[in-house]
Design a binder for this molecule. Structure first.
Ligand code: 5AD
Ligand code: SF4
Length: 505
């Protein structure tokens, strides 16, 4: 209990009214939760446990780390087992209908768990909770859920948790929007060596298929000083790789009182000593500036990986999607990036089956895939989202009829990704060791700057460190390799010696 967050909790006086200022108000409620949780665990004779599942994107994963931060401070022990938990939290996604269906499916199972264990508490939060109609459905058919909140009031989790612990009724608190960004709340990171960092929240792009602006609200950037301070603290705490997170990072800072470009933010982040790798997500092609390309080109820390969602290759469809670029401008942008930074890996997202899309339109997309040679692409079948302009378009395409085009696109994507990956076979690259290999504990898995994975024999004590690896064999979407003597490249202490593929200490 001697970290900064715990000190703030300790400083709260529960005999007084809760503070009105954030984040102190939340620290007050964390202390309150802590007392209730302590009492309940004394009754049970064991610690109360909590299991959290995060659905969706990196942004949600980061939110989940914030939720876990509060849960831990509230006195819960985090467990991987849903069956054993006293409290289950789902941080939901709603980007496509199948994300919603997955949650409804799992709720059925939670209902039977709760019948066996009546003291079990269940909370739902995140993007799906902001979607029209969902709350009504949950209130009607899923009465066993104890707490429901959305994306805008996530910072109030401690307060909501304390209300839930003191009540037997379903608590629902959904905000339509917020302008508030509450800083300095506890976070429990999943990885000690890497972390996401929110630089902005929400989205103002209104791509016609996308529900995100409705569920995450208007675009709000954090102050650069807050971001830099957070990263400095993370680095002090052992983090060497950060992922700057935003729905549209390229428009970062435009609406701040003292506007600053994303490229300028990157320049400042680059200067943080001890930070080794910088990633960011997601870039909108319409806002990717030449200034940003220049910063990436001269950076020694920004990873050679750019996720640049294409969505479609047909100009007619791009226009209907409200993407505000054309096939030609997208291709020209990729050309500028690859000219400046030839080793830049480019990945993308593609949607098939948007209203009015024909097989000829998908051919245009395939043409872009061939021309760009994406290093990887996530392909999705269009899913109508209630409330978005595209869902109301008349020319909806039945999902059954897009499978042929979808499969054709997927084949092309796999082909180009494989041929891009093969180009690196035999090369020596830096990998950040992320964990022990799932199949063989004598191996570890490392992530390359281009976001691909390499498996190689090494000591698990290297987790969280960067090492140089020869990419011996390309297996399509990952490599197997060998660690090389990396003392000279990194200046780190040498841990041992590689002999016959074995790392000796
Ligand atoms: N249907 C299918 N895919 C979608 N995406 C966003 N909205 C939809 C939708 N309604 C995809 C986009 C986006 C990725 C995160 O999800 O490709 O880039
Ligand atoms: Fe992330 Fe979008 Fe899913 Fe929300 S709806 S979790 S922002 S992908």
């Amino acid at each position: 209990m001697n970290d900064e967050y715990s000190k703030r909790i300790e400083a709260q006086d529960l005999t007084k009214e809760p503070p009105t200022e954030e984040p102190d108000r939340q620290y007050y409620f964390m202390k309150k939760c802590r007392e209730i949780v302590k009492k309940k665990s004394e009754e049970l004779g064991r610690p109360l446990t909590c299991n959290l599942t995060s659905f969706g994107c990196q942004m949600n994963a980061r939110d989940s780390e914030k939720l876990c931060g509060v849960l831990e401070k509230a006195g819960y022990e985090l467990t991987d087992s849903e069956e054993e938990a006293d409290f289950i939290v789902y941080n939901t996604c709603t980007v496509r209908d199948n994300a919603d269906q997955r949650v409804y499916g799992r709720l059925g199972h939670l209902n039977s768990l709760k019948k066996q264990k009546p003291h079990l508490k269940i909370a739902l939060c995140g993007c799906m909770m902001q979607e029209p109609g969902v709350i009504e459905k949950l209130q009607k058919s899923y009465r066993f859920v104890d707490l429901i909140f959305g994306t805008h009031n996530l910072f109030r989790f401690a307060q909501l948790l304390s209300a839930m612990l003191a009540s037997e009724d379903m608590i629902v608190d959904i905000w339509e929007k917020t302008d508030e960004i509450v800083e300095e709340l506890p976070v429990k990171r999943k990885y000690f060596y890497k972390s996401g960092v929110n630089i902005m929240f929400g989205c103002d792009n209104f791509c016609s298929y996308c529900i995100v602006p409705y569920v995450r609200g208007r675009e709000r950037s954090r102050e650069p000083e807050e971001i830099l301070c957070e990263i400095e603290k993370l680095v002090e705490d052992g983090v060497i790789e950060i992922m700057l997170l935003g729905q549209n990072v390229n428009s970062y800072g435009k609406n701040l009182e003292h506007p600053i470009s994303f490229a300028e933010l990157l320049r400042r982040v680059e200067k943080i000593e001890g930070l080794r790798r910088i990633r960011f997500m997601t870039s909108h092609p319409k806002d990717l500036s030449d200034e940003l390309i220049e910063v990436m080109q001269h950076s020694t820390k920004i990873c050679r990986h750019l996720h640049l969602p294409l969505q479609a290759g047909s100009n007619r469809i791009l226009q209907a999607m409200n993407r505000r670029y054309t096939k030609e401008t997208y291709l020209a942008l990729v050309e500028r990036i690859r000219h400046a930074i030839p080793d830049m890996a480019i990945t993308t997202d593609i949607i098939v089956g948007f209203p009015g899309e024909t097989p000829a339109d998908v051919e245009e997309t395939i043409d872009v895939v061939r021309k760009v040679q994406f290093d990887n692409a996530f392909t999705f079948i269009y899913s109508p989202r209630t409330g978005t302009p595209a869902a109301a378009m008349e020319n909806q395409v039945p999902p059954e009829s897009v499978h042929e085009s979808f499969d054709k696109l997927l084949l092309e994507v796999q082909k180009t990704a494989k041929s891009r990956a093969a180009l690196l076979e035999g090369k020596v690259m830096e990998a950040l060791v992320e964990g022990v290999n799932e199949q063989d504990p004598a191996f570890v898995t490392g992530r390359l700057g281009n976001n691909m994975l390499v498996h190689f024999r090494a000591d698990r004590r290297l987790i969280g460190k960067t090492v140089m690896v020869v990419l011996d064999t390309c297996h399509g979407f990952y490599y197997t390799g060998r660690m090389v003597d990396w003392t000279s490249q990194t200046g780190h202490t040498r841990l041992g010696k590689m002999v016959d593929n074995q790392w000796l200490n």
